[in-house]
Design a protein around this ligand. Structure first.
Ligand SMILES: Nc1nc2c(ncn2[C@@H]2O[C@H](COP(=O)(O)OP(=O)(O)OP(=O)(O)O)[C@@H](O)[C@H]2O)c(=O)[nH]1
Length: 350
C-alpha cells in the first residue's frame, strides 16, 4: 500500500476485471487487491466466476468481503445475462466503492466487456480496468504449439489495459525476454509488469473517474461468438475463426457509456444512430422519447437499429452504450449532449 486511494466522487461504481488464463494467478492477484483496498478503507465487493459448480478459490477470499459467486458457467456466454443482475444486487445491497470481477480463465474478455457494459443498463457502473494475468511459461509453451487456447490467451492480452506477466520464477533469462516480446507484439500499449506471485504496484485498481476500459484493446471479438463451453481445453470455441484483427489505437475508447438525464426526441435519436461511424459496430441501451412518451430498449448491430417498447418494473437508467474501435468519442458525446440540450453525463473526463 503506497498511498491513500481517492474514492470516486461520482455515483458510478468502478469495475475492475481480472482476466487471464486458467491458473495464471488471478486469485493471487485478487487477494492482493482486496488487501490493498482494505488498507485504504475502500469498500470492495467481488464477483467470482467459475466454470464448475464450486468456488474453491472463493474459500481463500476474506470473509468480510461481499461476494457474489457465479458458478456453473462462464459470464462471457452461458451465464452472461446474469452478470448485470448480480452486479445490481451486489451494489444495491452492499454499496461498495468498487467491484472486482474475476473471470474464468476460459473467458473471452471481449464478451465480458460486452456483458459489463450491458449491466450499465441497470446500474451506474463503469468498467475501468482489464488486468490480464499472463502465465509466462504457459504462454511461451503454447506459442510454440499454436491452437485455439493460444489464440484465447492472445485475445486476453490484446484486451488488457494492464498486463501482469506472472510466474517469472519459472523462466530463464532468455525465456523472459522472449515472452515479453511475444506480449508486446500483441499489446504494446498496456503497462507490462513482470512478477512472481503477482507482486505488482496496484494503482491500476485505484478508482479513477473518466478511465474506461478497452482504451488499450487492439482486437475486438465479434459479438455472439462464444459457445456454451467457451474456450476450455477440449471444448473449443466453435467460432474461434471469426476473431477479427482490428487494430485500435491507444487513445481510442472501445466502450462509451452515456447516461441520459431525460427524454430525447425519437427522430433526433434515430438520426444520431444513422450517422454513427462504421467503427461503432454495436450500441444498446434504454431511452425515453419525449415525443411518444414511451420507453424503449434499443439494439444496434451491423447498422441495424431495433426498438422494443418496455415498461421496466424497478428503477432503470436511460443509458446508451457504444462499442467500437477508433471512433471519435468526443464528437459522439457532443452529439448525445445536443439531443437533450446539454444535460447528459458521461464518465469521460473533459
Ligand atoms: N511458481 C509460481 N506459482 C504461482 C505464481 N503465482 C501463482 N502461483 C500458483 O499458481 C496456482 C494458481 O494460482 P491462482 O492464483 O489460483 O490462479 P487462477 O488464475 O486464479 O486459477 P484459476 O482460477 O484456476 O483459473 C496456485 O497454486 C498459485 O500458488 C508464481 O508467480 N509462480
Amino acid at each position: 500500500m503506497t498511498e491513500q486511494l481517492q474514492k470516486q466522487p461520482s455515483a458510478r461504481v468502478p469495475i475492475h476485471l481480472i482476466s487471464g488464463f486458467l491458473g495464471s494467478g488471478k486469485t493471487t492477484l485478487l487477494n492482493r487487491v482486496i488487501d490493498y483496498y482494505k488498507a485504504a478503507d475502500v469498500k470492495v465487493a467481488v464477483i467470482m466466476n467459475e466454470l464448475g459448480d464450486v468456488n474453491l478459490d472463493g474459500q481463500f477470499v476474506d470473509d468480510d468481503v461481499p461476494m457474489a459467486e457465479m458458478l456453473g458457467g462462464c459470464i462471457c456466454c452461458t451465464i452472461r445475462g446474469d452478470l448485470g443482475l448480480e452486479l445490481k444486487m451486489l451494489i444495491e445491497e452492499h454499496q461498495p466503492d468498487v467491484v472486482l470481477i474475476e473471470s474464468t480463465g476460459a473467458a473471452n474478455p471481449m464478451e465480458i466487456i460486452d456483458a459489463v457494459t450491458e449491466a450499465a443498463l441497470y446500474i451506474r457502473v463503469e468498467l475501468q480496468t482489464i488486468a490480464t494475468v499472463v502465465d509466462g511459461p504457459e504462454l511461451l509453451s503454447r506459442s510454440r504449439r499454436g491452437g485455439r487456447t493460444y489464440r484465447l490467451m492472445q485475445d486476453q492480452i490484446r484486451c488488457a489495459t494492464d498486463l501482469i506477466m506472472n510466474k517469472a520464477d519459472k523462466l530463464g533469462p532468455d525465456e523472459l525476454i522472449e515472452v515479453q516480446q511475444l506480449i508486446r507484439e500483441l499489446n504494446s500499449y498496456a503497462p507490462l509488469t513482470i512478477t512472481v506471485r503477482c507482486m505488482v504496484e496496484l494503482n491500476m485498481f485505484d478508482p479513477s473517474p473518466g478511465r474506461q476500459a478497452g482504451t488499450d484493446a487492439r482486437q475486438l471479438h465479434e459479438s455472439h461468438v462464444c459457445g456454451a463451453n467457451c474456450s476450455q481445453e477440449g471444448h473449443h470455441h466453435p467460432h474461434d475463426e471469426q476473431t477479427t484483427d482490428m487494430g485500435i489505437s491507444h487513445s481510442h475508447v472501445m466502450a462509451l457509456t452515456y447516461y441520459f438525464d431525460g427524454p430525447v426526441n425519437s427522430y433526433d435519436f434515430e438520426s444520431l444512430i444513422s450517422r454513427l461511424p462504421d467503427d461503432v459496430y454495436r450500441a444498446k441501451g434504454i431511452v425515453t422519447f419525449s415525443d411518444t412518451n414511451s420507453r424503449f430498449l434499443f439494439q444496434y448491430a451491423y447498422r441495424e437499429l431495433e426498438f422494443t417498447r418496455i415498461t421496466p418494473q424497478g428503477k432503470v437508467n436511460d443509458v446508451a452504450v457504444f462499442i467500437g474501435e477508433h471512433f471519435a468519442k468526443d464528437a459522439l458525446v457532443q452529439d448525445l449532449v445536443r439531443l437533450h440540450e446539454g444535460t447528459g453525463s458521461t464518465g469521460i473526463a473533459p
